[in-house]
Write a protein that binds this ligand. Structure first.
Ligand code: ADP
Ligand code: ADP
Length: 224
């Protein structure tokens, strides 16, 4: 079995989306971001979007039963048959359990959980400067990774925006929610022998090279 079934775990702003962009290109994995899926639903004003937006704007998690169905559907699609890269899911123990049960049912298993860690003050700096292309999802930072022309995407010329939930008042609640509901997943996956920790403080390329090294080892172990 050479499936690469990976989870990116970590606080908001740690760099999960940034790392995912490189990982999906190099390892040809579908990048399944529940945050991106929800933001798309909000933009399209679907029923799901209407339901999710009040939770998201307040920096709270959308209910487990809403997100679990959405995610399981995504990993069941054909492009995720040979592997996937989950970003932003699971965020609670019940979500992790639902994922485990679903994978076991179809004879699949997780390859590894990549935890990217960063201190709260660094996270606040990163999130307050984050700008995104609402169409492509491309991520920038006003100081750490600025576009060539201020406020404009390098690739398609779209105007970059600040996410509604990246405003300072909401960020504090998102961090509290992370520590309370999501951080326990590190222990959960550690017990399952799946956790790999990465210091998210260095520059993105340095973080990436360490993650890449771990994935190379995991791939090797799969083939033995
Ligand atoms: P970040 O990467 O900055 O942590 P995301 O884009 O992953 O943020 O998520 C944005 C928001 O979408 C969350 O604050 C939450 O409201 C909602 N969300 C995303 N994924 C989940 C999930 N797995 N469970 C519950 N809510 C989620
Ligand atoms: P997450 O998906 O975990 O919420 P992002 O990948 O969107 O995090 O990164 C949050 C912000 O921090 C973005 O503006 C991004 O450009 C910036 N960033 C990501 N990784 C680093 C890093 N290693 N050093 C400095 N800034 C970073």
């Amino acid at each position: 079995m050479s499936e690469l079934n990976l989870i990116l775990l970590g606080p908001p702003g740690a760099g999960k989306g940034t790392q995912a962009e490189q990982l999906r290109t190099e390892f040809e994995l579908p990048h399944i971001s529940t945050g991106d899926m929800l933001r798309q639903a909000v933009a399209e004003q679907t029923e799901l979007g209407e339901l999710a937006s009040s939770y998201m704007d307040a920096g709270n998690l959308v209910p487990d039963d809403v997100i679990i169905g959405l995610l399981l559907q995504a990993i069941g699609r054909s492009d995720a048959r040979d592997g996937f890269l989950l970003d932003g899911f699971p965020r609670t123990i019940p979500q992790a359990e639902a994922l485990g049960v679903d994978l076991e049912k179809v004879g699949r298993k997780l390859t590894g959980v990549l935890l990217i860690e960063a201190p709260d003050e660094e996270i606040v700096r990163r999130i307050s400067g984050r700008r995104v292309n609402p169409k492509s999802g491309q991520i920038y930072h006003v100081d750490f990774d600025p576009p060539k022309v201020e406020g404009i995407d390098d690739v398609d010329g779209s105007e970059l925006v600040q996410r509604e939930d990246d405003k300072p008042e909401t960020v504090r609640n998102r961090l509290a929610v992370y520590h309370e509901q999501t951080a326990p997943l590190a222990d959960y996956y550690e017990h399952l022998g799946l956790l790999h920790r990465f210091d998210g403080s260095p520059a993105p390329a340095e973080v990436y090279s360490r993650i890449r090294g771990t994935i190379a080892t995991l791939k090797l172990e799969e083939t033995i």
